[in-house]
Design a protein around this ligand. Sequence first.
Ligand code: TXA
Ligand code: MG
Length: 340
Amino acid sequence: MSLDHTAIDAAARALEQGALVAFPTETVYGLGADAENPAAVAAIYAAKGRPQDHPVIVHLAPDADLDYWAADIPSEARQLAAAFWPGPLTMILKRAAHIPDAVSGGQETVGLRCPSHPVAIALLQAFKAGKGGVAAPSANKFGNVSPTTAQHVRDEFGADGSVAMVLDGGASEVGIESTIVDLSRLATHGPVLLRPGHISAEAIAAVIDRLPAPPDVAAPRASGTLESHYAPHTPVAMQDSATLKATLARLQQAGRKVALIHYSDLPEAHAQVRLPTSPDGFAHALYASLRAMDHTGADLILVEAPPQGGAWLGVNDRLRRAAHGSAGIVHGLLNQQPPA
Ligand code: TXA
Ligand code: MG
């Protein structure tokens, strides 16, 4: 991809002046602000409608100085940065003293990540001559599906004027948010996997010789780990292939409009998108598919449950959260009269 350096430089200057800039990463699009400007970071929270006590990830250029951003850095963090950065891994570390509360959500930690998308890297290198940090959550309103294209970002924020610029870097390759590993309590709790993603716990273990554990009750809070998150406006239900086939037939008989997200052979529905059967291909297309099916006027988005197992962990995690709270929805649709 040829980079639009004029746009990237303009975006870097806008960030330096305290404005919000949306930019592509290999996972999802981020809504960025100068991590060292508390007013700019506060503007992210306002634009997203996000609670103030949720920390944001700080994005760094590839040759950034980890010691500037974090304190008491364990050797494991340096090993993981060497192995996976630039790339879809966020590390939670003890924060350096000058990290604003707005970034850490008032916690004693900071989340750091060096993204691999060429536009993100160019932006981080142009911003404060590569010495800055860009605080960026996913560029969506709180609780919504994360954006994987520039158009998704415009659909979320286009009307409200809160975002100065949207850099376009095409469709995000990975498609789901970065893996988050907590290394801030290594001595007492070991590494903890706060959010599964493209980089698996096994891949992390291969580098640091310790398998990250699932989150414990004392683990740092992460909004992406709320039970309900990443959800479209249309209710989402997830069922295994056989159950789904029967449900689809009954719903259609009851006059309901079903939008399907599936990967095996299934009958025609009101709308549908068929995804690749590989975990990487499925993840890449998942959020765009949820958004597309959300705009079909369906009563329900029915998702064919992907296989369980290691490489599918990230996809299953996001789908479970998207479907959270829609447990009774299929039953309800079958047992109430559809609108005339
Ligand atoms: O792939 C990604 O990580 C994308 C792109 C833009 O880099 N960003 C992203 O940001 O997903 P966000 O804010 O939507 O999700 C980041 C998660 C949140 O659940 C947040 O609470 C958690 O990371 N987080 C950030 N800093 C943290 C910290 N210091 N301690 C615990 N959790 C943290
Ligand atoms: Mg998010």
